[in-house]
Design a binder for this molecule. Structure first.
Ligand code: AHR
Length: 345
């Protein structure tokens, strides 16, 4: 009887507990936690490669060999490549845009080329090859000359502010023609569509027109001595009413100087002459008294450009434009001879 009573008491307590809401959250009995799924150890990723110049093969697309500036620029790239121990694949575009684009595509396909450097002949026409280079994982650096837009498709542009070079030339032409009754100026333009031709013309007009200069004639002479002379001769046949000539590079100014002499005019005296580049030829012309001013455009860009190329391969982010530093040189500078003797190009 006692046993039956005990069973009934136990049974009743069990029934009451099951229905009773938990007045106090009873701690769930500790359940051994499922061991966390242990992640498979990540495959040990190889450390990112750190590039050195000795690893680097550069595909360099040069414009051509149109004058003293370009010769100095090419020498800078070849000599610096040797000094740094990098491999340089040099492509001469022969001043032909179609050839430069073809050379670009060639470097994209070339498995040995790690990075592409270009001095673009013109500011437009690069979108497809730049996209192809990006798809191929090959960084692109612009040297010497800019292009229009597509900043996301190249690492950086290392080169001059051509507009500022033009402004400097206009400012100096204003000084040379100060007090002149007339201020008619002729402009010899580089190859049409190139950044220096476009931008130097823009900058020159910004400052020259402020002092009353009128750009009476403006025509391409394609950076060359011969064409600079031919264009100036043709203008002189029409009129000799000119007070200044702006050559967008030294070579075209040298051609104009020859044409003025043959027409019986004294260059740098009867007609003031300003050019851009500051090559050895320009220093000689100033020492000869036939060129008034040359605005420097630095061709010795290779050290900065190669440094940027290596940084790009090592994943560094660079400013979209790294301007080169430049000066202005004058025929009347008493130290001109010493300055000329110290020049590298
Ligand atoms: O891009 C620089 C220009 O190219 C120089 O002023 C000119 O001489 C060369 O052709």
């Amino acid at each position: 009887m006692l046993k039956k009573l005990a069973f009934l008491i136990v049974l009743a307590s069990m029934i009451l507990t099951a229905c009773q809401p938990a007045a106090v959250a009873t701690e769930a009995p500790a359940v051994a936690e499922e061991p966390a799924a242990t992640e498979a150890p990540a495959a040990t990723e190889a450390p990112a490669k750190v590039w050195t110049y000795a690893d680097m093969t550069v595909g360099f697309l040069q414009t051509g060999s149109e004058g003293g500036w370009r010769a100095a620029n090419t020498a800078s790239f070849k000599e610096t490549a040797e000094q740094l121990g990098l491999t340089l694949k040099f492509y001469d575009s022969q001043n032909d845009l179609a050839k430069q684009v073809a050379g670009f595509q060639q470097f994209i396909q070339d498995p040995e080329v790690d990075v592409i450097i270009m001095s673009p002949l013109e500011t437009t026409g690069w979108e497809q090859v730049l996209k192809d280079a990006q798809a191929a994982g090959k960084p692109v650096i612009l040297s010497d000359r800019r292009i229009d837009g597509f900043e996301d498709l190249y690492v950086t542009f290392i080169g001059a502010d051509f507009v500022e070079e033009g402004r400097k030339a206009g400012t100096e032409m204003c000084k040379l023609l100060e007090g002149s009754e007339k201020k008619n100026v002729w402009e010899l333009v580089g190859n049409v569509g190139s950044a220096p031709a476009i931008d130097r013309g823009t900058g020159f007009r910004e400052t020259a027109e402020k002092c009353g200069i009128t750009v009476v004639n403006s025509q391409t002479a394609n950076w060359s001595v011969v064409e600079g002379k031919q264009v100036t001769e043709a203008w002189l046949k029409e009129s000799k009413d000119v007070q200044g000539i702006f050559g967008q590079n030294d070579e075209m100014a040298f051609g104009a100087i020859e044409a003025l002499k043959e027409a019986g005019l004294v260059p740098a005296v009867d007609v003031k002459i300003i050019s851009v580049d500051a090559t050895a030829g320009a220093f000689q012309a100033m020492l000869d008294g036939t060129l008034n001013v040359t605005v420097e455009c630095n061709p010795l860009l290779a050290p900065q450009v190669y440094e940027a190329a290596l940084a790009a391969l090592n994943g560094e982010t660079l400013p979209k434009w790294i301007p080169s530093q430049e000066s202005v040189f004058f025929m009347d500078d008493p130290n001109l001879k010493e300055i000329a003797a110290g020049r590298k190009y």
